[in-house]
Design a protein. Structure first.
Length: 55
């Protein structure tokens, strides 16, 4: 069994290239803005990929 890794606080900026502005891209942008304003938590498939549930 793998040992749990410590997740560091993010530092710096990140850019994301989104060709086209379809429904998925605009939903993503809206979610990012809500998280930045602390109106929602960063929950979704991308944030959950780096974690494992402990049962």
């Amino acid at each position: 069994m793998m040992e749990a890794r410590e997740i560091r606080e993010p530092a710096g900026k990140m850019g994301v290239l989104m060709p086209g502005m379809g429904a998925v891209a605009t939903t993503f942008i809206a979610g990012v803005e809500l998280v930045k304003k602390s109106l929602a938590g960063p929950v979704g498939s991308l944030t959950q990929m780096g974690t494992r549930s402990r049962r």
